[in-house]
Design a protein around this ligand. Structure first.
Ligand SMILES: *Cc1c(COP(=O)(O)O)cnc(C)c1O
Length: 371
């Protein structure tokens, strides 16, 4: 134990104090614990459709090549992204999930002297990557569970290097108005990198979307991150990307591992990007599922935070943990958000119609047993 402690203290301060990220409970784990076979997981904002057929075919076609290293520059995927999003290849950085990009940004721009600004209730990875490099987090209080851009701006000073904004935010689902967001970026000093995390971009209604890619031309300090984990249904393969000025992309490229995206992931993401039908089906299912869940909440006299993502956080008006545990016993995994300073809420990912109904039935049961 003594030995362990000595070693432990060798770690950099930030790492010693880190609390590891808690992922949603894996289905297999709950199956083992309860001996249940029918488990519904609505905990990690994954795509309930499973991977599309075109993706599956692309993976099969790639298997024979697996003894080779993947393309370290991800040319095919970058080419496809470039055409679809109207950016140059040099503006794109691929990551092992967009989480890796967030980490690369921290490692590229932060030292223990620097500060990072983000919002209360914002995505849990922002404090993690900040602390891991020993930088200081400045957390702005939320406004109606969303980003208070004015409050965030007041925290920016000479030491600030990064600002993280999730739009829509996870776990609240809140969305910023495009003009307010642009005004915020415009007000930032050029020496502060603005990381606009658009992991749920595809779920946002067309008329509410920020035209953030167009802003890249004007703001060399803007980084947009997106992912194949949510709408494109590839969470298990880990592919995300950022769009930025070529300078930032060049810096991130120096820090990343040479083969940070594996070959199956690159092939799958390229196929997923071309599968418009799958995306349309995903968005339609999400739309219907959101209505299904929120109608059930209304009937139960529960309020929720209006969400632009593929999940919704419901206010249980009591400590959510016992309800989370009771749902688990019924084979329904959702996400407690106590670590996000929302102890009275549960975040529910939108599932298939059947999955949503199983959750609703379980919730009704659990709440009536509590009375
Ligand atoms: C899910 C999520 C991500 C991305 O995760 P990856 O799987 O690493 O791409 C990024 N930001 C937010 C806010 C998320 O919820």
């Amino acid at each position: 134990m003594n030995n362990t402690n000595t070693i432990f203290k060798l770690a950099v301060q930030g790492v010693q104090q880190l609390v590891p990220y808690t992922p949603g409970k894996p289905v297999e784990e709950l199956e083992r614990e309860l001996g249940l076979s029918k488990i519904v997981k609505l905990a990690s904002n994954e795509n309930p459709l499973g991977p599309g057929l075109k993706v599956q075919q692309a993976i099969k076609n790639t298997i024979a090549e697996l003894s080779r290293y993947p393309d370290g520059n991800g040319f095919n995927l970058k080419q496809a992204l470039s055409e679809k999003l109207n950016v140059t290849l040099e503006q794109i950085t691929l990551g092992n999930g967009s989480n890796e990009i967030l980490e690369l940004l921290a490692r590229t721009f932060l030292t223990p002297e620097h500060e990072v600004v983000f919002s209360q209730h914002a995505f849990a990875v922002y404090p993690l990557v900040t602390q891991a490099v020993g930088a200081t987090a400045r957390v702005a209080p939320a406004l109606n569970y969303g980003h208070d851009l004015k409050a965030m701006l007041t925290l920016v000073n000479d030491k600030t290097r990064l600002v993280f904004i999730a739009n829509p935010n996870n776990p609240t689902g809140t969305l910023l108005a495009s003009d307010e967001l642009q005004a915020f970026i415009n007000a930032l000093p050029e020496t502060v990198i603005c990381v606009l995390d658009e992991a749920y971009f595809e779920f946002v209604d067309q008329q509410n979307r920020a035209d953030s890619i167009a802003w890249l031309e004007k703001y060399p300090n803007l980084v947009i991150t997106r992912t194949f984990s949510k709408a494109y249904g590839l969470a298990g393969l880990r592919v995300g990307y950022s769009l930025s000025s070529t300078t930032i992309a060049d810096l991130l490229n120096r820090v990343r591992q040479p083969f940070n995206n594996n070959m199956l992931a690159l092939a799958a993401a390229t196929a997923a990007l071309a599968d418009d039908e799958y995306l349309a089906e995903t968005l339609e299912l999400n739309h219907q599922g959101m209505a299904q869940l929120t109608q059930a909440f209304t009937k139960l006299d529960l309020s929720w935070i209006p969400s632009s993502g593929n999940f919704v956080s419901v206010d249980l008006k009591q400590t959510a943990m016992p309800i989370y545990e009771a749902l688990l016993k019924k084979g329904v995994i959702v996400r407690p958000v106590g670590v996000y300073e929302m102890p009275g809420f549960l975040r529910i990912s939108i599932g298939t119609k059947e999955e949503n109904q199983l959750f609703i039935d379980a919730l009704i049961d659990v709440l009536s047993n509590l009375k």
